[in-house]
Design a binder for this molecule. Structure first.
Ligand SMILES: *Cc1c(COP(=O)(O)O)cnc(C)c1O
Length: 459
C-alpha cells in the first residue's frame, strides 16, 4: 500500500507528553498487580499505549482553541448548534442527539427502537452494542460474511453483510420481528474490516422493501471510507468527505463513539433523519444522559467534536493515519508474525491461535500474549477473543469465538513510526520465543463485560 515516496504526517508537534521508560523487573511486578489484565495497568506504567484508539487521539490547536469557547449554559449552548451543523454537513443527517460516549448513544438507540423479543441482525457483534441490544430485550444475530471469521481470508471487504444470510433470516424471523439492522463500519471485532459501498446499497435495497431500518455504527466510518476509496471501483477520485456522505445516505441513522474517528477524548451521538426516532431519543436522553443540547458533555467537549468532525475528513490526514497502521502491520508480516489480513484501519490484530497453536483455548492465548508483550517492552495491547466474548447466555459455558486476537490499536496523531518500530521488534522477539509464553487461568470473573475487570494467574 505504501507508494514509492514517503508520505509524512500533514501536521507537526507543538506539545509533548513525556513517557516513562521502565525495566523488565518493574513490568513483571506491575502485570502481576494488574491480574495479568492489561486493562488494569496504570497508564503511567505503560510506555506505548496501544490498548485502544478510543479517546486517545491528539487534538489539534484548533480543537484546543475551541475548548476555550465552551458555552456552559445548561440549555441551548452555542457549541451544540456548531456540532449539529458539523454533523448535518459531514454526515448528512438532520437530527442530532449528543451522548456522553458511544455506549450512551447505543443505550438510547436500543431503548428507542427495540421491542422485547425482537432481533437485530448485524455484521459481527461489538461488546457494548450487543450488551445494549440485549438489555433492551433484543437478540443480536450475526449476518456478516463467513470470510470475516477467517483471519487469513484476504477479502477486501470482510465487513460486508452476507445478503443471502440476511434474506434467509428475514424470511425465517419475519420482518416485523426485526427491530433494525445494526451495520458497523470498519468492523472492530473482525479486525477493523470495511464494508463496500456496493454492500451498503444492497443492504438498503433489501431492507427498504420490508421497511426495516438500517442504523450504522458509524464509529469508524471515515476509516471505512478510506478503504472504499482505495479498493472499490469508481471511488479513487472521490474525497473521503464525498464518500462518507454517500455512505450515510443509505442508512436511517447512526450511533457514533466520537472517541474514534472524531479525534476527541470524550463524546458520542445519535444522528438520524427519522423524526420519530429523534423524538423518542430526546425523551430518553434527558433521563439517562442530560439535556438534549448537551447529552452528558460539557459545552467545550461538544465544540471539540464539532471541530474534529471537519478535521477527520481531511484526505491527507486519513492517508497518514492508515498508512501508519499498515507500517506496523507490514513489518510484522515480513517476519512471519501471524496477523489478521488484510490489515485493518485502526489496529493490527495478532492471530493468537496461529501465534500459540499449542496453547489450549482455556488458557486464553490472546490474553497471555498481551501480558507477555507488556513485560517485554512496556507496550500495552488488549485481548479480543474468548475473554471478550464472555459466556453463553443459556448454557453458561465460555464462548470460544473463531477469532482469538491481540489488538495493537494505534491512537490518532499520537505516536511516531519509530514507536511502531519498537512495537514491531518486541512482537517479533516474542514470536521467536513463543514457547516461553505462559498460559493464564481466570481467578476473578465479573458478570458483565468481563474483559475489563477480569483477573488472571499463570497456569
Ligand atoms: C468504542 C466503540 C463503541 C462504544 O463507544 P464508547 O465511546 O466506548 O462508549 C461502539 N461501537 C464501536 C464499533 C466502537 O468501537
Amino acid at each position: 500500500m505504501t507508494g514509492k515516496r514517503t508520505f509524512a504526517e500533514p501536521y507537526k508537534i507543538k506539545m509533548v507528553e513525556p513517557l516513562k521508560i521502565t525495566t523488565r523487573e518493574y513490568r513483571e511486578e506491575k502485570i502481576k498487580e494488574a491480574g495479568f489484565n492489561t486493562f488494569l495497568l496504570k497508564s503511567e506504567d505503560v510506555y506505548l499505549d496501544l490498548l485502544t484508539d478510543s479517546g486517545t487521539s491528539a487534538m489539534s490547536d484548533n480543537q484546543w482553541a475551541g475548548i476555550m469557547l465552551g458555552d456552559e449554559a445548561y440549555s441551548g449552548g452555542r457549541n451544540f448548534y456548531n456540532l449539529e451543523k458539523a454533523i448535518q454537513e459531514i454526515y448528512g443527517f438532520k437530527y442530532v442527539v449528543p451522548a456522553h460516549q458511544g455506549r450512551g448513544a447505543e443505550h438510547i438507540l436500543s431503548l428507542s427502537l427495540i421491542k422485547e423479543g425482537q432481533f437485530v441482525p448485524g455484521n459481527m457483534y461489538f461488546t457494548t452494542t450487543k450488551e445494549h441490544i440485549e438489555r433492551a430485550g433484543g437478540n443480536f444475530v450475526d449476518v456478516i460474511i463467513d470470510e470475516a471469521h477467517i483471519p487469513e481470508a484476504r477479502h477486501p471487504f470482510k465487513g460486508n453483510v452476507d445478503i443471502e444470510k440476511l434474506q434467509a433470516f428475514i424470511d425465517k424471523a419475519g420482518a416485523e420481528n426485526i427491530a433494525y439492522i445494526s451495520y458497523a463500519s470498519a468492523v472492530n471485532m473482525a479486525g477493523g474490516q470495511p464494508f463496500s459501498m456496493e454492500n451498503a446499497r444492497e443492504v438498503r435495497k433489501l431492507t427498504s422493501g420490508y421497511g426495516i431500518k438500517i442504523i450504522y455504527d458509524a464509529t469508524r466510518a471515515v476509516e471505512n471510507c478510506y478503504f472504499i476509496k482505495k479498493r472499490e471501483r469508481g471511488y479513487s477520485d472521490k474525497s473521503i468527505r464525498e464518500i462518507l456522505l454517500e455512505m450515510m445516505s443509505y442508512a436511517d441513522g447512526c450511533t457514533v463513539s466520537a472517541k474514534k474517528d472524531c479525534l476527541v477524548n470524550i463524546g458520542g451521538f445519535i444522528a438520524t433523519n427519522d423524526e420519530l426516532l429523534y423524538q423518542r431519543a430526546i425523551e430518553l436522553v434527558v433521563v439517562f444522559e442530560g439535556l438534549h443540547t448537551y447529552g452528558g458533555l460539557a459545552g467545550r467537549d461538544l465544540e471539540a467534536i464539532a471541530r474534529g468532525i471537519y478535521e477527520m475528513v481531511d484526505d491527507n490526514y486519513v492517508e497518514s493515519r492508515i498508512r501508519q497502521v499498515y507500517y506496523l502491520g507490514e513489518r510484522l508480516l515480513k517476519e512471519g508474525v501471524p496477523i489478521v489480513e488484510p490489515i485493518g484501519g485502526h489496529a493490527v490484530f495478532i492471530d493468537a491461535l496461529r501465534f500459540l497453536p499449542q496453547m489450549p483455548r482455556e488458557q486464553f492465548p490472546a490474553q497471555s500474549i498481551a501480558a507477555a508483550l507488556y513485560v517485554d517492552s512496556g507496550v500495552r495491547s488488549m485481548e479480543r477473543g474468548a475473554v471478550s466474548a464472555g459466556r453463553d447466555k443459556k448454557t453458561g459455558e465460555n464462548i470460544f469465538p473463531k477469532l482469538e486476537l491481540v489488538r495493537l490499536t494505534i491512537p490518532r496523531r499520537v505516536y511516531t513510526n519509530l514507536h511502531m518500530d519498537v512495537t514491531a521488534e518486541s512482537v517479533i522477539e516474542l514470536y521467536k520465543n513463543r514457547e516461553k509464553i505462559k498460559g493464564l487461568k481466570m481467578v476473578y470473573e465479573p458478570r458483565r463485560l468481563r474483559f475489563f475487570l477480569a483477573r488472571f494467574e499463570p497456569v
